[in-house]
Ligand binder design. Structure first.
Ligand SMILES: [Zn+2]
Length: 303
């Protein structure tokens, strides 16, 4: 059986899988990143994770591997640039190290892009071609596709939206210097921070019991920020679909998405109307997208 390996490297954990040529998931595995232990320990854990799965499948031929990696990564050299979330692995040329281990071509992407590729496969024929995936987690990240292709800033830089305005201001200034950026209003960090300092409660507790003007204003800021972000992204990239992913996606779906969608539905369709959906594959899209990246890159290399 011909297989592709997908690897999703996060700050906390690494998710791996094997996928066949028909994009069916054959097996999955997980291990803790523990980047602080350094490259040798990390690569050993990764190798064991993949080898274990290949042994369990039996007669297999691995054709290529794809990696989705958190934070800044040079997709041309495969070098991890992130000293914050992958402390201990910065400077590691991950693609070459894994190529040496597995003996197959290895491709790497920002993890938002691999998650996006996984979600697009889940959409199937419903994929409109122009889509934005927004990662709502500790921070706010994104991946943008235009005309079925990943959008990059010239020079190959991954676009960042987290520190652009969402039209809502906070009395706290973000480390970027602004007080109205998305990360400062509706990242998981900001939502938890504000719920704690204004209400000494969790965000869920505040929104479950929204019975004061202050709580309603807290909710309004989040809905308004989400609406402004979606309308802006849809307007700039002609995106008809905004996919909400990341660790906060359940929170957004439960408390904020419906009302933001109602506001989007009132817009002129030519000026920022879009549909908000949550990630279909939950947090599993990264490793599937990484395997799809490997399959597509290998195909391109042979064309
Ligand atoms: Zn900021």
């Amino acid at each position: 059986m011909n297989l592709f390996c997908g690897i999703d490297i996060g700050g906390t954990g690494v998710k791996t899988l094997l996928m066949d040529s028909e994009r069916k998931v054959i097996s999955t595995d997980f291990f803790l990143t523990q980047s602080i232990n350094g490259p040798d320990v990390f690569l050993k854990s990764l190798h064991e994770s993949i080898k274990k799965q290949m042994d369990s499948v039996g007669d297999v031929a691995l054709l290529a591997a794809g990696i989705g990696c958190t934070g800044p990564v040079d997709i041309n050299t495969g070098i991890i640039l992130n000293a914050y979330t992958l402390n201990g692995l910065e400077g590691l040329c991950l693609t070459r190290a894994i190529e040496d281990e597995l003996g197959v071509p290895v491709y790497i992407e920002n993890d938002a892009n691999t998650a996006h590729l996984g979600e697009i496969v889940a959409l199937g024929e419903a994929d409109p071609g122009n889509t934005v995936l927004v990662i709502l987690g500790t921070g706010v990240g994104c991946s943008i596709r235009v005309g079925h292709k990943l959008f990059r800033v010239p020079g190959g830089i991954h676009p960042e939206i987290g520190h652009t305005s969402c039209g809502v201001s906070s009395d706290v200034t973000c480390y970027c210097g602004k007080n109205n950026c998305m990360e400062n209003i509706f990242s998981g960090t900001a939502i938890n921070r504000d719920a704690k300092r204004f209400f000494n409660a969790t965000p869920e507790a505040v929104l479950d019991d929204c019975d004061t003007d202050e709580k309603r204003q807290f909710r309004e800021n989040l809905v308004s920020g989400l609406f402004n972000m979606a309308a802006s992204m849809a307007g700039i990239f002609d995106s008809k679909l905004i996919i909400l992913a990341g660790g906060m996606q359940n929170f957004f779906e439960k408390y904020l998405m419906k009302e933001a969608q109602e506001r989007l539905d009132l817009l002129n369709p030519d000026f920022g109307a879009a549909k908000l959906i949550r990630a279909t594959l939950d947090t599993d899209s990264g490793r599937l997208g990484a395997a799809i990246l490997a399959q597509e890159k290998l195909r391109e290399a042979h064309e």
